[in-house]
Design a protein around this ligand. Structure first.
Ligand SMILES: [Zn+2]
Length: 262
């Protein structure tokens, strides 16, 4: 871990902490065998899920927790990018523990088109539509859109962005035979002009940010996520306190520490 990241983690500990609210944690790969900070060792993932199980909640219940201003913390476990790796390693753990999750799917990748959504993951396969159908039928997995091509929407023209938002939802609903209401921006990168386009099509949207959501400060279309990184805190409970807000905030402003986050 770089000294800068270590310093930021230390500084995070001193930030004010919210006692009640919701934390959206985001995973990408488990033991994917690639050189990426978001490829997490299996043992750490399993330990996280065992720790988080008592707090784990569906996205719908977590938002209800915020609407009613309930006491305590709820955790929403999310996965980005829909690698086959999710079903090989993460899904059996989630099922075994009964931890609900949301998987954000870039539809072109699952359809076998375009580059994988994470750099360095060229040899990794996408999951299959069959696996997605089976998992969503259990009620434990919700599938959300992660666009079609996984391009940074903030860099597209409005027409292309609208197309990504509309076609990905249609493709998912067509394959899964159920409504798709959740969205996650590729790399968590949002922009003010994009939000109305997202709101027209989705009930919720996940963005970068790293803060805990509280009853006093949240929006369904700006659900800040806490990305789980290999060089982040090994203890899952640390993700629930100050989170990695400072790190996220800095990474939106300084290119050198921007991660290869998918
Ligand atoms: Zn992604």
């Amino acid at each position: 871990m770089s000294w800068a990241r270590r310093l930021i983690h230390e500084a995070n500990r001193w930030l004010p902490r919210a006692e009640h609210g919701v934390v959206v944690v985001t995973y990408h790969l488990i033991d994917g065998g690639i050189d990426s900070a978001v490829d997490i060792p299996f043992d750490r993932f399993r330990a996280h899920m065992e720790q988080l199980r008592p707090l784990a909640s569906t996205l719908r219940d977590a938002l209800e927790h915020l609407v009613t201003g309930s006491q305590g913390t709820r955790v929403v476990v999310t996965f980005d990018d829909a690698f086959a790796n999710f079903f090989d390693l993460a899904w059996p753990v989630l099922c075994g523990l009964g931890v609900p999750a949301v998987l954000y799917v870039p539809t072109d990748f699952v359809d076998g088109r375009g580059a994988p959504p994470l750099r360095g993951a060229e040899r990794l396969r996408p999951c299959s539509w069959d696996a997605l159908r089976e998992a969503t039928a259990t009620g434990l997995l919700e599938v959300g859109s992660h666009t079609c091509s996984h391009r940074d929407l903030a860099r597209l023209d409005p027409r292309s962005a609208r197309d990504e938002l509309t076609r990905s939802r249609a493709r998912l609903e067509d394959e899964l035979g159920r409504p798709v209401t959740s969205f996650c921006y590729p790399r968590g990168r949002s922009a003010p002009w994009l939000e109305p386009l997202v709101r027209e099509r989705y009930a919720t949207a996940v963005v970068r940010g790293g803060r805990k959501l509280t009853a006093a400060r949240w929006s369904p279309w700006q659900l800040e996520r806490v990305p789980v990184r290999r060089d982040g805190p090994p203890d899952a409970l640390e993700l629930l306190s100050a989170g990695v807000w400072l790190e996220e905030w800095l990474s939106t402003r300084f290119q050198p520490i921007r991660s290869r986050r998918g």
